[in-house]
Design a binder for this molecule. Structure first.
Ligand SMILES: NC(=O)c1ccc[n+]([C@@H]2O[C@H](COP(=O)([O-])OP(=O)(O)OC[C@H]3O[C@@H](n4cnc5c(N)ncnc54)[C@H](OP(=O)(O)O)[C@@H]3O)[C@@H](O)[C@H]2O)c1
Length: 340
């Protein structure tokens, strides 16, 4: 057990890709929980693209992280001291905390107890049974609304959300096409996640990408699950079927842009195809997240859902580990081990 609380503070707002100098790892005394709160020893934290958005001083669904505050992240940890009647010391919780050894947490809509004995691996609470799985589940079921025999295109298909999206769509009887960076990831798409076709976007011109998509889906796609944006979204828009649905989950290709948003230039295709594009946020489904977790847990138990996680070691590696999200040098859900 460390004597002090190591915390990753945001020192300045990144311009483009975050740099190590934007952050500072400091040591502070372990805080004391006040009445109504708990002290959590964080064991793992979830490294999510959303963190990049919170580093900027722009309006979002959560406020920007103030300068000199610890970097906000979802963590999985064990309660050291509870001063809240609903939480027992030694119990495990998931919550919106920060990249730090110890967090003070209180019920805020995000904090929830979890049972390590109920799952094959506790880190599932940060991947398929956490925000990632809930995002994939409701993005597919509520926003895309798949019908059997329909075709779904997933951009960012080999990532944490995308790999689960493709598998849910397949379980719902859809044909799935995944786009990802590199031949190794494309192999994973078809061999591990059961996609019917995979396209490597790296090094491809918009024309070459469009031609590859036309080959994979000659009649067009009924649904697009969008994680990337930019050229990938623009290309997808040119291959929609009539009444297509586009679930706008993320636009990671723009998160570090130094020249502003690329924007979707082929939006006129929404008119041509009478298509719908809908942005959504997992937080809006918090009160229904148990429904998603029950379905996802059942699929995992039956061996119908493959979940991949990449666990990076040590809070001192938080920044390089986080940057893997933008280099694409990780497989599955990116998690940082802080303790244990
Ligand atoms: N709306 C919501 O509530 C919600 C919730 C969770 C996540 N999200 C969004 O979902 C998306 C996926 O998140 P995740 O946690 O599953 O991450 P992830 O897919 O595991 O990791 C990010 C992946 O994005 C790709 N990427 C990174 N930079 C790129 C660029 N400049 N151009 C093209 N591709 C790039 C890389 O894959 P390749 O190697 O294949 O390029 C990378 O592996 C993100 O956009 C995130 O913001 C939204």
């Amino acid at each position: 057990m460390v004597e002090r609380n190591r915390r990753l503070l945001l020192r300045r707002r990144p311009v483009g890709l975050p740099a190590k100098a934007d952050f500072d790892l400091v040591e502070e005394p372990i805080p004391e929980p006040r009445a109504g709160t708990i002290l959590v020893r964080n064991h793992f934290c979830s490294l999510d693209p959303a963190i990049r958005g919170w580093l900027d001083d722009v309006p979002s669904y959560l406020p920007p992280i103030p300068l000199n505050d610890p970097v906000r992240a979802i963590t999985l940890g064990r309660i050291v001291t509870s001063r809240h009647p609903d939480f027992q010391s030694d119990g495990w919780v998931v919550g919106m905390n920060a990249i730090e050894d110890y967090s003070i947490a209180e019920p805020d809509g995000f904090l929830r107890p979890v049972d390590p004995a109920a799952v094959p691996s506790i880190t599932l609470y940060l991947s398929a049974l956490g925000a990632v799985g809930v995002t994939a589940y409701f993005g597919v079921m509520e926003v895309c609304r798949p019908g059997p025999g329909e075709t779904m295109l997933v951009n960012g298909a080999a990532g944490a959300v995308g790999s689960i999206v493709g598998q849910i769509a397949r379980l719902k009887g859809c044909r799935t096409i995944g786009i990802a960076g590199g031949s190794a990831k494309c192999k994973r798409l078809t061999e591990r996640y059961g996609f019917d076709a995979a396209i490597d976007y790296r090094g491809k011109s918009p024309e070459a990408l469009s031609a590859a998509l036309a080959t994979a889906a000659p009649d067009g796609v009924d649904m697009v699950f969008e994680n990337v944006g930019g050229m990938l979204l623009d290309t997808a828009l040119m291959h929609l079927k009539l009444h297509a649905r586009i679930a706008l989950c993320g636009l990671i290709s723009e998160y570090n842009s130094m020249t502003g948003s690329v924007g979707a230039r082929n939006l006129w295709q929404l008119i041509v195809k009478r298509a719908t594009i809908q942005g959504f946020f997992t937080g809006d489904f918090l009160n229904r997240s148990a429904e998603a977790r029950t379905a996802l847990a059942a699929w995992i138990e039956k061996g119908l859902l493959v979940v991949d996680e990449q666990i990076e070691e040590g809070i001192e590696n938080a920044v390089p580990a986080f940057l893997r999200l933008f280099a694409g040098t990780h497989d599955g859900k990116l998690i940082l081990r802080i303790a244990g």
